[in-house]
Design a protein around this ligand. Structure first.
Ligand code: PMP
Length: 392
C-alpha cells in the first residue's frame, strides 16, 4: 500500500520547521468582541466581523424566520430549482445598495471571484492583477487560462507599461482588491478607472473588505470615491462586515446574465441556504441605517494603529485593517502566543497568505469593541512585544 501517511508526516514536518504549519483552533463562543478560547475569555482582534453584525438580533431574527419559512437548505443549484423568491429579493436589495442594475449571489467570495473571472476571460485574453490581490483572484486568473500580468502592488506606471505592451487582440481585464485584505490599504481606484478607459479594459473590483465599512451608505470604496459607474464588475462578500456568508457580483443586467450562463462556480454549486440569504438582507438594511458603526470601527482602528506605533511596532494600513509587520514566521508565532497569554487573540498571518519574510499579525477591531478594549489590547502588545523580542 502506498505510504501516503509517511509522506504527509514529512511534508508537515517541513512546514513546521519553516514556521508555516497551520492547524485548526476551535472557539468555544460566538464571534463577538471577546471570545472563549481554551477555557478563557480573550479579546477578539482577528475576525472580519467588522461591524459586529454576525451576532446582531436583527440578523438572527431574519435567519430564524427564513429557517421557519424555507427550511435549512435550498435543495439544488440556482439554475435547477435552488433559486427562490428570497434569493431574488435579496439580489434586488443588493443591486439597489450597490447602485448597479443587477446583482447575483454566490455561495462564497472565493467562488464569486473565480466564477466572474472565468466568465469574462479565456485563453487569448489578458488579465492585469495587483500582486497583492486575494488568493481567490489569483486562482481565478489561473483557472481562466488567460495570460496573467501581475503588476507590483498599486504600481500604476508598471500597469500602464504592461497594458501598452499587450497585443491588441483579446479582452483585457484589470482586477484589484479595493481594500487589500492583509495590508489594509486602498487601491487607487480613480486612476485604475482612467487606465481601464484609456486602454479599453474591463475593470473588476473586489470590495470584500470595504463593503459595509467604506462609502456614505457602506457600499464600499467605489461608492466612497464616486466611481460606481466606471467599474464594470463589483464583487463583495457577505461573510465579513455583513455578518452572514456568501458573496455577490454586481453590475449591468447583461453582465449578470452572462455570469449566470458562464460562471462554473455559480452553475455547478448548491444555492446559498435561505437563512443565510435572509441574514444578509437584514445586514444590508442595518449597514445603510447605522453609519455610526463604520465610523466607530475606523476610529478604533486608527487609535489602535497610533498606539502600536507609539510602542515602536510597525503597524500599517489606512483603514479598519491594522497589520503589524513582524517579518519572521517563528517570531510572528511567538508574538501571537504571548498575546494570547495576555488575553488577546491576534492571529499570525504567514505565507502564502502574505509574501515570504512579511509575516504579520492582522488586527481588526469590531464596531462593538469599547475604547477600553483597545487600551487593554495596547497594554497586552507592550508586554508581548517585550516577551517575544519584536519591539523596534
Ligand atoms: N476576496 C477577498 C479580498 C478576501 O479577503 C476573501 C476572504 N478572505 C475573499 C474574496 C473570499 O471570500 P469568502 O470568504 O466569502 O470565500
Amino acid at each position: 500500500m502506498y505510504d501516503l501517511e509517511r509522506e504527509a508526516r514529512e511534508e508537515l514536518g517541513a512546514l513546521e520547521a519553516g514556521g508555516l504549519r497551520r492547524s485548526l483552533r476551535a472557539l468555544a463562543s460566538a464571534c463577538g468582541p471577546d471570545v472563549e478560547v481554551g477555557g478563557r475569555r480573550v479579546l477578539h482582534l482577528s475576525s472580519n466581523n467588522y461591524l459586529g453584525l454576525a451576532t446582531h438580533p436583527e440578523l438572527r431574527a431574519a435567519a430564524r424566520d427564513a429557517l421557519d419559512a424555507w427550511g435549512c437548505g435550498a435543495g439544488a443549484s440556482r439554475l435547477i430549482t435552488g433559486h427562490t423568491d428570497l434569493h431574488a429579493e435579496v439580489e434586488r436589495r443588493l443591486a439597489a445598495w450597490k447602485g448597479t442594475e443587477a446583482a447575483l449571489l454566490f455561495p462564497s467570495g472565493y467562488q464569486a471571484n473565480i466564477g466572474a473571472i472565468g466568465a469574462l476571460v479565456r485563453a487569448g485574453d489578458h488579465i492585469y492583477s495587483d500582486a497583492l490581490n486575494h488568493a481567490s483572484i489569483i486562482d481565478g486568473c489561473r483557472l481562466s487560462r488567460a495570460a496573467v500580468h501581475a503588476y507590483p502592488h498599486r504600481d500604476l506606471g508598471a500597469l500602464e507599461a504592461a497594458l501598452r505592451a499587450a497585443p491588441p487582440a483579446g479582452r483585457r481585464l484589470i482586477v484589484t482588491d479595493s481594500v487589500f485584505s492583509m495590508d489594509g490599504d486602498r487601491a487607487p481606484l480613480a486612476a485604475l478607472a482612467d487606465l481601464a478607459a484609456r486602454h479599453r479594459a474591463v475593470l473588476m473590483v473586489d470590495e470584500a473588505h470595504a463593503a459595509g465599512v467604506l462609502g456614505p451608505r457602506g457600499a464600499g470604496l467605489a461608492e466612497e470615491c464616486g466611481l460606481t459607474e466606471r467599474i464594470h464588475v463589483h464583487v463583495g462578500t457577505l461573510g465579513k462586515a455583513l455578518g452572514s456568508a456568501g458573496a455577490y457580483v454586481a453590475g449591468s443586467r447583461a453582465l449578470i446574465d452572462l455570469i449566470v450562463n458562464r460562471a462554473r462556480s455559480f452553475i455547478f454549486t448548491t444555492a446559498l441556504p435561505p437563512p443565510i440569504v435572509a441574514a444578509a438582507g437584514a445586514a444590508i438594511d442595518l449597514v445603510v441605517r447605522e453609519p455610526e458603526r463604520r465610523r466607530r470601527v475606523l476610529a478604533l482602528a486608527e487609535r489602535l494603529r497610533r498606539g502600536l506605533r507609539d510602542l515602536g511596532l510597525d503597524a500599517r494600513g489606512e483603514t479598519h485593517i491594522v497589520p503589524v509587520l513582524i517579518g519572521d514566521n517563528h517570531a510572528a508565532l511567538r508574538m501571537a502566543d504571548a498575546l494570547l497569554d495576555h488575553g488577546v487573540l491576534a492571529h499570525p498571518i504567514r505565507p502564502p497568505s502574505v509574501p515570504p519574510g512579511t509575516a504579520r499579525l492582522r488586527l481588526t477591531p469590531m464596531a462593538t469593541h469599547t475604547d477600553d478594549d483597545i487600551e487593554r489590547a495596547l497594554a497586552a502588545f507592550a508586554a508581548a512585544a517585550r516577551l517575544a523580542g519584536v519591539s523596534r
